[in-house]
Design a protein around this ligand. Sequence first.
Ligand code: AHR
Length: 319
Amino acid sequence: MRKVMAFLVVMAISVSAMAGQITVGFAQLGAESMWRTANTDSIKGEAASRGINLIFSDAQQKQENQIKAVQSFIAQGVDVIGLPPVVNSGWEPVLREAKEAGIPVILADRTVDTSDDSLYVSFIGSNFIMEGESAGNWLVRELKAKYGDVKGEVFELVGTVGAAPAIDRKKGFENVIASYPNLNIVKSQSGDFTRAQGKEVMEAFIKSPEWTKAQTKIIYGHNDDMVLGAIQALEEAGVNPGKECIIIGVDAIADAFEAIAQGKMHVTVECNPLIGPQFYDMVEALVAGKTIPKIVYSNEGTYDYYCAAALLPWRRSLY
Ligand code: AHR
């Protein structure tokens, strides 16, 4: 049975190769957030509209599954591999396997930690350090405008441990608040980028002595889904999120715009998941033998309570 299946896969690839069709293997990391769902839709939708043969796999947030998917794409001889690495370390052996097989890898959305950047052809996605800095800069401006002073206690909902956006959004935010001695992170815990775990972490924060002591309560989540879970925990604990806290998220998903419009959240920093078109532009260029840029960053904005309500219908139409 296995031999028959392997034969059919080889036949399918040979037929598409003969027809000049491009085959891409995309090792998606999971479906942990609304952002990720939008990203998957963009990758799948754009492949369909360009007639690209997409072999898509979902690793369910496990690095070993992503590695197996990449190895299977190599065995199938795809033209290009797309990889959003769930964590940023431990990729060199499998990236080397792809390189030795002559299959280019595009890091889509998240980066890897390697001293050998010849192991991938390009990175396309967000500048996560800049996103953390945007969140910090917005907070500093808000505190100055509201209290004339930059002070407060930050409760940080961290993304997946070891993931590039968790590491860099923390770094960027800390780069900014380092200049303000009375603005400090007093609690920091991972909610794995999910709404359910964001809620659990917030429930624990509310019970902590740091929460009771805090004068200006600030919640900074590395993504909107965790923040939306936290808002639920606050409401269940009888805390008015918009009035008793300052709440900052990242991603700019439509649900966050809605929470801001309802006065439950203050700001969200954009992280663009709709990278399908640029990703396949790169794929097609590579297959045509062209050179592509090593890094392509998305343009991103910051949306707060001044504009979120007016922009909500537009946002819902995007993701
Ligand atoms: O890598 C992008 C991040 O991954 C998004 O901010 C988050 O929502 C997702 O889980």
